[in-house]
Design a protein around this ligand. Structure first.
Ligand SMILES: [Zn+2]
Length: 346
């Protein structure tokens, strides 16, 4: 370690669980974060300050005013400019610790790109907001034999567990096959229906980062191997040693139904009244498209270098350069699909 780094990380090096050797390993390590919302921003902030070598941050969404209550890397200006979260996070994280190579990727994780986006890292961190994507990442983690730290938070409740393929239960062991378990894991409530407390997010993200530090600093024997759930409001904390399902379709039978799935279906997003449309990688010239929309009947057409937004009351559409679009004002995929076809082409 360089003397400046020794000083920068001195309080962590003094901690016996990390030490000088652990810090050196940490600085040579890499991780990929899938989703940079409430959990993801807290996790990325802590990990980058702890000093790892490389962090890739993947997110499909853009910053909105309602994010700022809990998404601690973002500021009002990011929401005003509708910056993609991956772009805003990369800027902020580089300013926090220039030792770390931070790479923001504006993308939606799908069966088609999951392996490419995840491989080459030592650890995958869950910052997603839906179980479809989590199960896709779980499949990819097992296929690539990479540790994956699951985390979720809604209301004042959160849950997290470090998954190591072949050694611990995987997310499919916990979620599939038992109808009661998915409710206990927060799979049913969403931020839409239950809201979310920023402090609850902080508790879960902190536990997730602690497990991440053990893996990246070369202390796997310190992993506790338990599923931790906590309710920050009631003060109820639980740890469970969950069993592996010996017949799990993912970690036992290697049937990667999410990873081998066809194109991603239309998804209703968490946190607002909107539907996301995936088109098979179309490339839009956003400035060109904006000019065409102005001459069509769209209003409030605005674009920055990453996205284009326009209104067709009562709907608002946000289009990304890769052909993806988010339609706000409906939860009906058929309505969203018809708007997409009308304004962006079939
Ligand atoms: Zn499993």
């Amino acid at each position: 370690m360089h003397p400046d780094q020794f000083e920068k990380y001195s309080r962590q090096v003094l901690f016996a669980g990390i030490g000088e050797k652990g810090q050196e390993r940490l600085l040579a390590s890499s991780a990929v974060l899938v989703g940079c919302g409430a959990l993801g921003t807290v996790t990325a902030n802590l990990l980058v300050r702890a000093g790892l070598g490389r962090l890739r941050v993947i997110d499909r969404d853009f910053v909105e005013p309602s994010n700022l209550q809990r998404q601690t890397l973002f500021e009002e200006a990011d929401a005003r400019e509708s910056l993609p979260k991956a772009v805003a996070a990369e800027r902020r994280l580089r300013g926090i610790n220039s030792d770390v190579k931070v790479e923001g990727v504006v993308a939606d994780m799908t069966p088609a790109n999951a392996r490419e986006l995840l491989e080459g890292h030592a650890l995958i961190l869950d910052g997603t907001d839906n179980f479809e994507t989590r199960l896709l990442v779980n499949d990819a983690a097992i296929a690539l034999v990479l540790p994956f730290i699951y985390a979720a938070a809604v209301g004042s409740y959160g849950v997290t567990m470090a998954i190591r393929p072949g050694e611990t239960p995987c997310l499919a062991c916990l979620l599939e096959g038992d109808e009661n378990s998915s409710a206990a894991l927060g799979a049913e409530a969403t931020c839409d229906t239950a809201g979310v407390l920023n402090a609850a997010v902080g508790v879960v993200a902190s536990v997730q980062v602690t497990e991440a530090l053990k893996i990246l600093a070369g202390r796997p024997e310190a992993l506790h191997g338990r599923l931790i759930s906590c309710d920050a409001w009631t003060g109820r904390f639980q740890t469970i040693r969950a069993p592996r399902n010996p017949n799990c379709r993912a970690c036992a039978r290697h049937e990667f139904i999410y990873l081998e799935g066809e194109a991603q279906p239309h998804i209703t997003m968490c946190g607002r009244d909107s539907v996301q449309i995936h088109e098979r990688s179309r490339k839009f010239d956003l400035a060109d498209l904006g000019a065409r929309l102005v001459s069509a009947s769209a209003s409030d057409v605005r674009n920055n270098q990453f996205l284009l937004r326009f209104r067709v009351p009562p709907y608002e559409m946000t289009v990304f350069a890769d052909g993806r679009a988010i339609v706000k004002g409906t939860t009906d995929p058929a309505v969203a699909r018809s708007l997409y076809a009308r304004y962006l082409g079939a």
